[in-house]
Write a protein that binds this ligand. Sequence first.
Ligand code: GTP
Ligand code: MG
Length: 203
Amino acid sequence: MKIKSASFLTSATGLRDCPRGDLPEFAMIGRSNVGKSSLINMLTGRRGLAKISATPGKTRLLNFFDIDTAATARAGKWRLVDLPGYGYAKVAQAQRADFNEAVADYIEQRENLLCVFVLIDSRLEPQRIDIDFIQWLGERDMPHALILTKTDKQSPSATRANVDRIQQSLLAWRAELPPVFLSSSETNAGRAEILRFIEETMR
Ligand code: GTP
Ligand code: MG
């Protein structure tokens, strides 16, 4: 899948002000600072498309990006959605609850949402908040896949060991495992695989 163009469409505070759901959507979620915005830039090949910050909790809105893929692919236009990061303690409690609810509404009710990518830092042991969130998606029959980010920061064997640990945590409560992708926004690792998965999901 070749990306012809990618552009910022709009931001929303919740389901109410989301753009019309007329294109297939793929959403990125994960703990603050895990690399959601960087991954969107890496996948689209547009460095400044999604705002990246060294300060966690930067993305507080649902940000929609229009993607147009080359005519060679059957799939034409689709959307990437950068969701607010969860688990950022410094955001005021009330505001955080607000955003979690907005994200929950979006995931539960957005009919054109085809898949939620859950981003997990490849260097961290399975975190309760990630496992709980993946479980929450499973309970709602929401299709999802995992993306382990920042793999350039450690050895492939260390990443592999963490994939195993995460899968073991999930197998404690369900039989089927979601697809897992390994990515690096520094080296572009995982780009082809993730784009192929998106293309196949749209078929
Ligand atoms: P919030 O919007 O705050 O929730 O963060 P985010 O998940 O969008 O993370 P963001 O893409 O802003 O990246 C956070 C930090 O991690 C930035 O300093 C990035 O440069 C860095 N980063 C992201 N992805 C990678 C990666 O694959 N490799 C390395 N080495 N650094 C990365
Ligand atoms: Mg972000």
